[in-house]
Design a protein around this ligand. Structure first.
Ligand code: TPP
Ligand code: MG
Length: 278
């Protein structure tokens, strides 16, 4: 189902609104993952509000595009987008992370319409996405499968099995996006597991690599359009991002991976976000 056409400016303004709502939601529950949700804001929002061919009235429609949030801890940003797209009522957002809520702390495909795969344990999404893309090829369906990965997450060995398999089967309707914020839970990627020549490594595994600014909706759109032109190879978009993007004291800080937003930090974050002129 076609999504309404938002201009770059409108899409950017929507991302800003999602940042504000994210801080409100996480402050209210005193838990959750602000850093990785903020770094993925433009990526997930551009996909859901501009690119993905999905139909909220038929979440299981066979020809829909698939999106897998492999870095499942960014679930709140996914939920904001699913609600905006109409998969469920926006008032449900308040039930985030409550017992028996349809909106669990990590995505749950059985509870939330529009969630393709239950994630949270890192490393699962690329192999599952490879399977979905292979199924499209076998069934001669034209949908795309998108998988959003974290740069700490790709230290999981199973990611590299997925990379090999997708290249072997020439899955050119598989588009992985790396949220390349250079920070993970316990420190920087450089401190924990350096990633020299990452672009070249993806290429050596048989992938086409596109690098883009992961906070610019126009650049993300252009990268996806370029990816759709590639034939015979899966595509890795290395989206350059900042963990905690948009809130000065969170930016680039692993300590904000999963810290509760206290009242004092909430006030500070809101002041900053409300000062931004769009
Ligand atoms: C298999 C597994 N190991 C560890 C964790 C705990 N964990 C959750 S998020 C995270 C860090 C992920 O870092 P990254 O992929 O860079 O995510 P981002 O920076 O985008 O938030 C870790 C270690 C997990 N969820 N799953
Ligand atoms: Mg990271």
């Amino acid at each position: 189902m076609a999504v309404s056409k938002l201009s770059d400016q409108e899409l950017t303004a929507l991302c800003h609104r999602f940042r504000i709502q994210l801080v409100e939601l996480l402050h209210a529950i005193q838990t959750g993952h602000p850093g990785g949700s903020l770094s993925a804001c433009e990526i997930i929002t551009t996909l859901y509000q501009r690119i993905l061919n999905v139909d909220p009235s038929r979440p299981e429609w066979e020809e829909r595009d698939r999106f897998i949030l492999s870095k499942g801890h960014a679930a709140p940003m996914l939920y904001l987008n699913l609600a905006e797209r109409g998969f469920f009522k926006k008032e449900k957002l308040k039930s985030l992370r409550q017992i028996n809520s349809m909106l669990q702390g990590h995505p749950c495909a059985h509870k939330t319409p529009g969630v393709e795969l239950s994630t949270g344990p890192l490393g699962l999404g690329l192999s599952a996405g490879t399977g979905m893309a292979a199924a499209a090829k076998l069934k001669e369906l034209s949908y795309y499968t998108y998988v959003l990965l974290g740069d700490g997450e790709i230290q999981e060995g199973v990611i590299w099995e997925g990379l090999m398999t997708a290249a072997k089967f020439k899955l050119d309707h598989l588009i992985a996006i790396l949220d390349h914020n250079k920070v993970q839970l316990d420190g920087t990627v450089e401190e924990i597991m350096p990633e020299p020549n990452l672009k070249e490594r993806f290429e050596a595994f048989g992938w086409q690599v596109i690098v883009c600014n992961g906070h610019c909706v126009a650049a993300i759109t252009a990268a996806i359009e370029e990816a759709k032109e590639v034939k015979g190879k899966p595509i890795m978009i290395m989206a350059q991002t900042v963990k905690g993007k948009g809130i000065s004291f969170m930016e680039g800080k692993n300590s904000w991976h999963g810290s509760p937003i206290t009242d004092a930090y909430y006030e500070q974050a809101m002041r900053e976000l409300k000062e931004v002129l769009l």
